[in-house]
Design a protein around this ligand. Structure first.
Ligand code: ZN
Length: 288
């Protein structure tokens, strides 16, 4: 099944929920950045969380998530759009750890929990941002803490990765949010429903559709599915022209130095790890 995102409301709009499948794009990120399994799981959860956050934004635009937990992964950066595109990278893609006490990839261990999760929104108006302290570094709880504390929307976020046989077999997650006018009765029932819900990966392994997953998570509520086919994908907007512009900004002296010492420039995009080779004559054109 291809990567996509499904939005729903429940209890007459007092509950908002989104589920997303990101298996293909997380596997693409893992391959592009040549990542070890635990590092890939951490980036995969962050990419998925970024897409879920973007799906809750009403305006069109992008958001950046920066996670700095002090762990060996050395920080995670994600850029997600309301159009369903996402890209990202980590400080140390080769980092790996033995499984944690539950037998899962130790995402909390590579991310660390002594630090922050920050989100910056760029939605056509003045950019704004919020920061929270990390709760566990496992990222689902941390995204939920961000929404609860920074945006005052009580939220539950479940992020799951299943890595086996040398690749990402399943990735995705869901978010459930309580709207301000929901009232205590709905809040309590929702809390119970979310507590009783299986993990995303468990439902995914049973080959449940995203719609079925949302209905399971919101069991006991009348669920309205809004949109069942928004595509999500790994997408980087780097290209040769942007690379040349970046080199031009280094200034004439620096470029002349490159021409002299290397006779070329090698530029790697942080976000997608694409390598650009700029030959000597192109560099010369930048300073002529
Ligand atoms: Zn790129």
């Amino acid at each position: 099944m291809t990567d996509h995102l499904v939005k729903a409301t429940a209890a007459g709009g007092r509950i908002r929920a989104v589920a997303v499948r990101t298996t293909g794009l997380v596997e693409e990120a893992r391959k592009r950045h040549e990542m070890a399994p635990t590092a890939a799981a951490a980036l995969g959860k962050a990419l998925t969380g970024g897409l879920l956050l973007a799906s809750t934004v009403r305006k069109q635009g992008r958001l950046n998530v920066r996670i700095a937990g002090g762990g060996p992964i050395g920080g995670i950066f994600v850029d997600a759009g309301t159009d369903g595109t996402v890209r990202g990278y980590v400080g140390n893609p080769e980092i790996d750890l033995p499984p944690n006490a539950n037998g899962h990839l130790d995402v909390g261990g590579v991310v660390g929990q002594d630090g922050t999760l920050s989100v910056t929104y760029d939605l056509g108006v003045r950019p704004y941002s919020g920061t929270v302290q990390l709760v566990s570094g496992e990222l689902g709880q941390d995204f939920a803490a961000y929404l609860g504390k920074s945006e005052q929307i009580p939220s539950a976020v479940s992020l799951g990765i299943w890595y086996d046989d040398g690749k990402v077999q399943s990735a995705g997650g869901f978010i459930v949010q309580l709207m301000p006018d929901a009232g205590d009765e709905i809040a309590e029932r929702l809390e119970q429903a979310v507590l009783n819900a299986p993990f995303f990966t468990e439902m995914e392994m049973k080959k449940m559709s995203l719609t079925a997953i949302l209905e399971r998570v919101l069991q006991g509520f009348a669920v309205d599915i809004h949109q069942d086919d928004q595509e999500v994908k790994f997408d980087c907007h780097c290209n040769e022209e942007r690379v040349l512009n970046a080199i031009r900004m280094l200034g004439e002296d620096e470029i002349r130095d490159m021409i002299q010492t290397d006779g070329k420039a090698e530029v790697r995009c942080h976000f997608c790890n694409e390598q650009y080779l700029v030959p000597k004559d192109e560099l010369e054109r930048l300073v002529s």
